[in-house]
Design a protein around this ligand. Structure first.
Ligand code: 13P
Ligand code: 13P
Ligand code: MG
Ligand code: MG
Length: 364
């Protein structure tokens, strides 16, 4: 069994929240190379999406392993030190704890990990987003694993026809629930159609039980109790065979669906699929971006990445995202561009409310 761990954090933006400084990536690369030499990692790949540093690692220690989480935490802490020296924006932004305590999960970084028996050929796509929240993968995961208009394999591939099971988390109440598709899709959509609260954590094959997808569900605002930056989640998807084909896994992103995030994490905007080099959200700190790194995993080695959205086939999605983004922007500070009131609780809203409290009088 091998474990694929993707652990990410924003430890400082360059310039503002738009991108990452190359020295930060080089430093993380150095730290993980050392861990690989020491035998902790089989392989690794360091990348970034916008201002978020992404540590992609393979190893044999399973999920939630303290040594792997410590390695990620230490890499973020060392990177933060460098980010401070460079005066990067929001250095250490996502490190919400003072010291490591066994698992980075509740400490700010985003985590997606899966342990599996590697197949002879193991194609995997790792999606990474900037300027959006966990929950952004709900619609794409639904389309990949439960929508035959997206994934024809659900109809014509005998090893997919039985469907998939979805683990959904209620991130406000810390509860989870399982749904079997296709027969429970109407029940499931009641929940996952509300991605600010109900988040698809993982998807498994119904009959083999094999893991197909895992997402990061950390909610920074819930951990910190205030707005400190957006979650900027990641999602790992295994492809082919009993899982959707690579093209079926990428297909949902041909529709730039509206997600939470963008400027100050407080707006709805379209999720634009881009090549890694274009993951520098600048216009109004956006629009939200998603990149897709494809790997073939071979004996635990990460053969890749291929930059999967670096394809003119996604040009139309990018154009539509710009059109939708422009349309949303013209609403300025008004909903539904701005997030609804309950999401504003983590911003200046409570302060303004308090200041004006005495000025509210009863209606006649
Ligand atoms: P300031 O810290 O400059 O107000 O930045 C706001 C912001 O970008 C929110 O993350
Ligand atoms: P990040 O979560 O990517 O740091 O963005 C924060 C923000 O407020 C952008 O306007
Ligand atoms: Mg940032
Ligand atoms: Mg970010």
């Amino acid at each position: 069994m091998i474990t694929l761990s993707v652990i990410k954090a924003d430890i400082g933006g360059y310039v503002g929240h738009s991108s990452s400084h190359p020295d930060i990536l080089a430093k993380a690369e150095e730290d993980l190379a050392k861990a690989q030499r020491e035998g902790l990692l089989i392989d690794f790949h360091v990348t970034r999406c916008g201002d978020d540093l992404q540590l992609i690692m393979t190893h044999e220690l399973g999920e939630n392993n303290t040594r792997i989480h410590q390695l990620a935490w230490d890499t973020f802490v060392a990177g933060t030190e460098l980010a401070r020296q460079l005066g990067l924006y929001g250095a250490g932004q996502d490190l919400l704890a003072d010291a490591f305590s066994g698992n980075v999960k509740a400490m700010g970084p985003g985590v997606a990990e899966m342990m599996f028996e590697q197949r002879t050929s193991e194609p995997v796509v790792i999606f990474m987003a900037d300027k959006t929240s966990s929950g952004a993968w709900n619609m794409p995961l639904y389309k990949m694993f439960a929508d035959p208009f997206n994934t024809i394999g659900l109809v014509i591939a005998p090893n997919m026809h039985e469907g998939f099971s979805f683990e959904v988390h209620d991130i406000k109440d810390s509860k989870k629930v399982m749904f079997s598709t296709p027969e429970e899709i109407y029940d499931m959509l009641v929940f996952i159609g509300a991605p600010s609260r109900y988040v698809v954590k993982s998807v498994r094959h119904r009959t083999t039980g094999n893991i197909g997808a895992v997402s990061s569900t950390q909610k920074l605002a819930l951990i910190a109790g205030r707005y400190v930056g957006k979650d900027d989640p990641v999602c790992i998807v295994r492809c082919q065979g009993e899982f959707p084909a690579v093209g079926e896994v990428l297909e949902p992103f041909s529709h730039p669906n509206l997600v939470e995030g963008w400027m100050r994490g407080s707006h709805y905007g379209p999720l634009m699929p881009v090549a890694l080099r274009d993951s520098n959200p600048s216009r109004f700190d956006g629009p939200p971006r998603v990149i897709a790194a494809g790997f073939q995993i071979s004996k635990g080695k990460l053969v890749g990445p291929r930059d999967m959205f670096d394809d003119p086939g996604f040009d139309e999605a990018r154009r539509q995202a710009n059109i939708a983004g422009e349309y949303m922007r013209r609403h300025g500070p008004f909903e539904p561009h701005r997030l609804p009131l309950d999401e504003m609780e983590y911003t200046t809203m409570p302060g303004v409310m308090k200041k004006l409290q005495g000025r509210f009088t009863n209606l006649d």
